[in-house]
Design a protein around this ligand. Structure first.
Ligand code: NAP
Length: 694
């Protein structure tokens, strides 16, 4: 078991990192492989998965975790995520202390730990606001499939019955787990998390706090520390694997029989040669010049450049290459490298000595086509630590020679970036594309034409594009930060996967099915009233019913009302909307769509409200909008309209005494032709008279 001990300001971790399998913490059957402190080289933990029962692990997720999560509605799952994020927030000191041992500075840890918790909070909030309080999600509108309206189609999303396996890289032991777990949990999936062995002790500490809290249903989250062993052999068609790591491992997983033959879904976030482009419009005097330089230095040094989104290639207009190299070098010279516990240190060590060797090898390869502009990969001044025992490396800036190929092929996963020159916007786009697909690109420009041309040129090759200038710089979240509400992932070499992006990241993990049925069946299946299905017109006006009493299909058909010319004139004068089609008979007659004076659409909607409303105080508390309003047939003077209002969807809010009711509204004329259709959105008390909550 790993445990933080902060008595000496530096966390210590006891022997073997454990896994959480089928409801209990288990130790490997061997002594494990040592994991060393990135700064001191001391052994801090051992890690192994030898002897883990992978079959039991997967079965527990499928048979215990999955059913328990799927019993909850999206809102209930979101509520648990919020409680979980709050709970973990109380243990941040412990996580920060362990994070230090991975080589992370305070700022690096914040990105991993607070970034992870922020992602869970974001999914909690999105799940409540954007998903129904149900276990099925309806996708898009109902498609009419038969002329008579008795056969319709609707796409639905349901939870898959398998487990979501998350395999993570060493660089984000907390965020990496949570950014995969939160959307999977909302999607109704039990997760099996496998952190990279190098930093598994921090993930283990977080999972321990999660399990202790008892907030999640048992089986919703299991943990495998150490190698993946035979885990993938246990997976089949309802399971999925979300992988973040090297292109090499991605290749191994893509060729695994579970993926090739048993239909296991595989999402890959692999390495990426991200670029930042300085626009052709920028001179060294522009504020954008400094923004570009700062961006490159930040991405080289945060987490010692061990970020999948870091800038590996800086594309600079040819005449500015010298000035940019100088400016970046000058800034890099101010970066203190050393023990991340020392507050003066801006950049800590790499995660391990092996990692440092890998980066040195990558720099050697890059030197085939580039010269070093700043730094020495074999020498660095270190503050507060032994440079030989810790995995320290100087930031290294390279300057590519014309025709360089290595910068577009070799990913140095450390504080290394290469400056490349370009002459035209098209050349910059072509150079960016030589990364063969990346997670993110940034463009620093103040010219809207360049912004459009370059962004649209980059987009097919990238998952995210940041356009930075003096106007958004202060609020910009920067080149390297994936955000929970925006898509993270990139095409081609970056793996072709897609994560996050708000609710997109949830839907991505669910099964979309096209359902074909009669309107009544569709209403029953989806829990949302479908046009053409049965209505119930009762004695009691539906506005007199509380949320508990209302049922989908409850309706009111109003009396008819004649719309007079005086109504139209009055509305025009009263509101100031004197558009000619409502006020000028001659001009309106010449209008090809109307052929004469017509009522304002908003007058029709207002009159409809007057026809369906029940005016007395009651359970309907407020109207908070309309959706999908369409005016279909013009209303002329002396036309008679009536409205049919039907309860379409009922969504109780778990944190309030009321819920949302969506009503289907259809306004028809004397010929029964639809004049306007829309959804009315109201808030309705759960009980009426309302019970006091005080
Ligand atoms: P890695 O060696 O590929 O390891 C990644 C994960 O895969 C680890 O958990 C590792 O476990 C596991 N793994 C290794 N072999 C496996 C196998 N045969 N079956 C199942 N799992 C296996 O990558 P890394 O060195 O940790 O991470 C650095 C790389 O990740 C860089 O190239 C970086 O660009 C990329 N990365 C990408 C993103 C992104 O979002 N696109 C984010 C971060 C990092 P063990 O640790 O136990 O071996």
């Amino acid at each position: 078991m790993a445990r933080a001990n902060q008595s000496e300001g530096r966390a210590s971790v006891s022997a073997l990192v454990e896994s959480y399998v089928a409801g209990r913490w288990v130790r490997a059957t061997d002594d494990g492989t040592p994991v060393l402190d990135a700064t001191t080289g001391e052994e801090i933990a051992r890690v192994s998965s030898r002897g883990l029962d992978h079959a039991a692990l997967v079965a527990h997720g499928r048979d215990v975790g999955g059913p328990a999560v799927r019993r909850l509605t999206f809102h209930e799952r979101a509520g648990l995520l919020k409680a979980l994020a709050k709970h973990l927030g109380q243990h941040k000191d412990e996580f920060y202390a362990l994070s230090l041992r991975t080589g992370a500075t305070q700022r690096d840890s914040m990105i991993d730990i607070d970034g992870g918790l922020g992602t869970v909070f974001s999914y909690a909030s999105k799940g409540t606001r954007e998903l129904p309080n149900d276990t099925v999600i309806l996708d898009g509108s109902v498609e009419t499939l038969g002329r008579g309206g008795t056969f319709v189609g609707q796409h639905v999303y349901t939870s898959r019955r398998g487990v979501a396996v998350a395999i993570n890289a060493f660089n984000f032991p907390v965020w990496g787990m949570l950014e995969k777990f939160a959307p999977a949990f909302l999607a109704g999936l039990p997760s099996i998390v496998k952190p990279a062995s190098q930093t598994a002790y921090l993930t283990e500490a977080v999972v321990r706090r999660i399990i202790e809290a008892g907030i999640l249903p048992e089986g919703a989250l299991q943990l495998v520390c150490g190698g993946a062993g035979t885990l993938l052999d246990e997976l089949d068609e309802q399971d999925s694997v979300a992988f973040t790591g090297s292109a090499h491992t991605a290749q191994v997983l893509r060729n695994h029989p579970a993926v090739l033959r048993r239909g296991v879904r595989l999402g890959v976030e692999a390495d990426s040669l991200n670029c930042s482009i300085l626009g052709l419009d920028i001179t060294p005097e522009d504020p954008e010049f400094d923004l570009f330089v700062k961006g490159v230095v930040t991405e080289m040094t945060v987490k010692a450049g061990q970020k999948c989104t870091a800038i590996r290639r800086a594309l600079v207009p040819e005449p500015l290459v010298g000035a940019v190299t100088e400016a970046i070098s000058a800034r890099l010279a101010t970066i203190t490298v050393g023990n991340p516990a020392d507050p003066s240190v801006r950049m800590g060590p790499l995660a391990s000595l092996t990692q440092r060797d890998e980066v040195r090898k990558a720099v050697e390869a890059l030197r085939n086509s580039a010269e070093i502009g700043y730094g020495d990969p074999n020498r660095v001044d270190v503050v507060g630590a032994d440079p030989e025992r810790g995995a320290f490396l100087s930031p290294v800036l390279l300057r590519a020679r014309p025709g360089a190929t290595e910068p577009h092929d070799v990913e140095p996963f450390g504080p290394v970036s290469t400056v490349l020159s370009y002459a035209t916007t098209d050349e910059a786009i072509a150079l960016a594309a030589r990364g063969k697909g990346s997670l993110v690109a940034s463009l620093v420009t103040h010219d809207p034409q360049i912004a459009r041309a370059v962004t649209l040129g980059l987009a097919p090759w990238h998952g995210r594009v940041l356009v930075l200038d003096r106007d958004d710089a202060a609020e910009s979240t920067g080149h390297g930060s994936p955000l929970p509400v925006l898509v993270h992932g990139g095409p081609g070499r970056a793996g072709g996967g897609e994560e996050l992006g708000g609710i997109r990241g949830v839907l991505h993990q669910m099964q979309r099915t096209a359902v074909q049925a009669s309107p009544d069946m569709m209403t029953a299946i989806g829990g949302r009233w479908t046009r053409g299905s049965r209505r119930t017109v009762g004695e009691v006006h539906p506005f007199r019913k509380s949320l508990a009493e209302l049922e989908i299909g409850d309706s009111i058909v109003s009396t008819a009302r004649t719309v007079t010319l005086a109504d139209v004139e009055h509305f025009a004068e009263f509101t100031g909307d004197t558009f000619y089609a409502h006020t000028d008979a001659e001009a309106a007659a010449a209008n090809p769509l109307f052929g004469g004076i017509v009522a304002h659409g908003y007058l029709v909607v207002s009159l409809a409200a007057g026809l369906f409303v029940d005016p007395d105080p009651g359970p309907v508390l407020a109207n908070f909008g309309v959706d999908d309003l369409r005016f279909l047939t013009p209303v002329k003077a002396e036309d008679s309209i009536r409205v049919t209002l039907t309860v379409k969807q009922i969504t109780p809010r778990s944190s309030a005494d009321y819920g949302e009711v969506r009503w289907d509204a259809v306004v028809t004329n004397q010929d029964d032709a639809p004049v306007a259709t829309y959804d009315v959105l109201t808030l309705v008390a759960k009980t009426w008279p309302q019970e006091s909550t005080g």
